[in-house]
Design a protein around this ligand. Sequence first.
Ligand code: SF4
Length: 204
Amino acid sequence: MNLKQKDIKISNLKEALDKALKIREEKLAGRIKAIGFKCSKCAQCCSAQYGDNTVIVFPYEIKRICEKKGLSRDDFVMPTPSEDRDSGGNIHTFEWVLKKNCDCIFLKNDLCEIYECRPSICSTYPFYIDDGKLEVSKCIGTGGNISTQECLMLAALLKERYINEIREAIALIDKFNGFNPGGSGNVCVHDSEGEHWMHYNYKH
Ligand code: SF4
């Protein structure tokens, strides 16, 4: 990505951020109410046997979990697998994901061990905002009865998540300097904080 491409991408994202900041939570809550949702505590979204249970986590969420749970980053996240390589054969990737043991590593007896500080993708499931529009993932809880208060809380969380996603993308692109070899390790994660080099074996 050259400087001009970087500027264009950042400018587009800033436009999206302006729109995101203007999202009306009441309106969003109304849409959630119309779709309906009641979490049945089935834990299917955290389990491997019901589909993709990948959870992307941002640096600020990783820090929050570390602080609240006394963990270090590498205890619970891994770099997302990627086909991108630099000239030295090192892997470059743009996201962190929660580790899995098939199921999410934080799922114990169908309960989330980090419930109070779980990533926003979990606290807003099955909803997400894409390009300003409310979208819904497959979930047996959709269509359920949800109170207006719960809709408003969910709408606020969704808006916050969407804004954070855009801000993370802006910071990531701003700091990104290409796939250059030379760090300490075989994998480099590019995120909103810059480059994180590490030794990581995807086979374990
Ligand atoms: S962090 Fe918690 S809510 Fe999110 S997938 Fe893991 S167990 Fe489920």
